[in-house]
Each structure stands twice: as structure tokens, then as C-alpha cells.
Design a protein around this ligand. Structure first.
Ligand SMILES: [Zn+2]
Length: 305
């Protein structure tokens, strides 16, 4: 009897181990992709996001521990469109994990199926410093693109773990339904702001602005990834003042001094608008990102008037 109990608990322990191992190990470069993977994967996946929401996604602090994380991944979610080209290739190369390389089903480009903004008509030379040579990679900051990404992930997870395909499909449906409902709410809330002129630090709000009808009239950066020179700022100020810019949008990781100087010079309000999940402690998931950003912009414009 005692032996039987022991065997039974051993079997249970083994089952538990198996259940843990059976989870798909998903590594996301950016927390937005990770948040969507959690929503679609639910309990069947373990998600690790490399970049923090407070970092610049083009220049993250690539720690050596990321190599081990990537080595053990079943799935790698990267944005593509050269978003992570400055830091990810060396890590993936060192991780030596065929599951996440090349055409392997575990190597996922989140930009797949998404119409990118700002794809240059002729290839841009990255040596000139532009970090958006393949078009604007900040596509996750449009909830409509969230639907494309979630649908793509449900396909990927189902392919890699077909036994749980019905769960991924159910999770996807719930996520899409909720996103449709929230998107309608955000659109209604932003409707009175349609046509508001804004200045942004980086070309990271183009998708958000296009979705919700804000008009971007200038950037603090002369080119994506290039810090502003005094001559650029001196040329920018009269131009965006003339255009009637009301807000200056920056991410939490940007230096405040120059954007504040521009905002003061043109009588606009500086507002911190996180571009990614985890951009502050209140933004815990993909819905939270837009809940927060929409509320921030509406509040800032009210104060500005
Ligand atoms: Zn960028």
C-alpha cells in the first residue's frame, strides 16, 4: 500500500513536471509582443520579454543572461523591420538555438501581415544613422495591428502545439472581442481631438496618431535615432509654432530638457506617453497601454486649453 502511494505520487510528480515542460517557452523582444502572446497563449505558454517597457527598443541593454533565455526558447517573437537589428542578431547568434532561426516555425516576425508606415521608396543607408531604414517599426502602437499580431500568434502556437489549438483559438476570440470593444471606446474618447497638432520626440507615435487622428507636425529628432542639434531645434520651433502644435509627446526614457524647451517656446504642453507595455507601473497589458495613453493625451489637452 505504501509502495503504491509512493508510485502514485511519483507518477503525479512526473505528470506535473511534464505539464510544466509542455508549456511553450516564448521569448518576446518587446513587452508588447509578450503581452499579446500571454493573452493568446494563456496557461499553455511561458512568456519572457527581453526589453523593458521603459527602454528604447532600438537600443536595449542586451544582458548576457538573454543568451541563455534565447537558447531555451521554443518561440522567438521579434518585430522585424529592423526594430531590433542593433542588439538582437548577436544574441540569437550566440544562443545557437535552431528552433528560433531562419524559417523555423518558432521564429516569428510580428510585422508579418502589417502595412508599415514610412517604407522608403529607395533603400536607406543605415550608416547615415536612421534607425527606421525598412519603414516605421513601431506598429504595435496601433490596436488594429494588435489584432493582426494576435491572429498570427494563434496560428503559430497552434502549429507548434496542435493539441491545444482549440484553447489558442478560444483565447484569440476573447482577445479580439475585447480589443474591438476597447478600440471603439478609445476612438470615441479621442474623436473630439481629431486634427490636434502634435510634436513627437521620435517617429514612434505615427501609428497611434494615424489611428486616432492626431496630426504630427514635427520631431525633436532630426532623423529617427539621431539626437537633436541646436540648429535643428531652432528651425523646428517656428515651424511647429506656426503649425499650431498643442502637445509635445515623449516616451518615459527620453531626456526632458530639450522637449520641455520646445514646448515652452511654442506654448504647448509636454506629455509623457509610453510607447510600450510596461512604460510605467500602471501599464500591465496591451489594453492598459492604450487606456493610459488615451487618458494622458486627453488630460494634457484639457490642461493646455
Ligand atoms: Zn524607432
Amino acid at each position: 500500500m505504501k509502495m503504491k502511494t509512493l508510485v502514485a505520487s511519483l507518477a503525479l510528480a512526473l505528470l506535473a513536471t511534464f505539464a510544466v515542460q509542455a508549456k511553450l517557452n516564448v521569448v518576446a523582444t518587446l513587452p508588447d509582443y509578450g503581452a499579446i502572446a500571454e493573452a493568446v497563449g494563456g496557461d499553455q505558454v511561458k512568456v519572457t520579454s527581453l526589453a523593458r517597457g521603459t527602454e528604447d527598443p532600438h537600443f536595449i541593454d542586451a544582458r548576457p543572461s538573454y543568451i541563455r533565455v534565447l537558447n531555451q526558447a521554443d518561440v522567438l517573437l521579434e518585430g522585424g523591420a529592423e526594430m531590433e537589428v542593433g542588439w538582437l542578431p548577436a544574441l540569437v547568434n550566440n544562443a545557437r538555438n535552431p528552433k528560433i532561426l531562419g524559417d523555423a516555425p518558432g521564429h516569428v516576425l510580428m510585422s508579418q501581415g502589417i502595412a508599415l508606415i514610412g517604407v522608403p521608396p529607395v533603400p536607406v543607408d543605415r550608416s547615415m544613422g536612421d534607425v527606421h531604414p525598412a519603414g516605421n517599426p513601431h506598429f504595435a502602437h496601433d490596436p488594429a495591428n494588435g489584432k493582426i499580431m494576435a491572429t498570427h500568434l494563434a496560428e503559430v502556437f497552434t502549429k507548434l502545439d496542435s493539441a491545444n489549438g482549440y484553447i489558442y483559438q478560444a483565447n484569440l476570440k476573447r482577445f479580439l472581442d475585447q480589443l474591438d470593444q476597447k478600440l471603439a471606446e478609445w476612438t470615441t474618447a479621442m474623436a473630439p481631438l481629431r486634427g490636434t497638432k502634435v510634436v513627437t520626440y521620435h517617429k514612434s507615435y505615427d501609428y497611434f496618431a494615424s489611428r486616432f487622428g492626431l496630426e504630427i507636425v514635427g520631431q525633436i529628432e532630426p532623423k529617427p535615432g539621431i539626437e537633436p542639434s541646436p540648429s535643428h531645434i531652432n528651425a523646428l520651433i517656428p515651424r511647429v509654432k506656426e503649425a499650431g502644435a498643442k502637445l509635445v509627446l515623449i516616451e518615459p526614457n527620453r531626456p526632458r530638457k530639450t522637449p520641455q524647451y520646445v514646448a515652452d517656446a511654442i506654448g504647448a504642453k509636454l506629455v509623457i506617453v509610453p510607447g510600450m507595455v510596461g512604460g510605467n507601473e500602471k501599464i500591465k497589458d496591451y489594453f492598459g497601454l492604450f487606456d493610459y495613453d488615451v487618458a494622458q493625451i486627453i488630460a494634457a489637452l484639457k490642461e493646455q486649453k
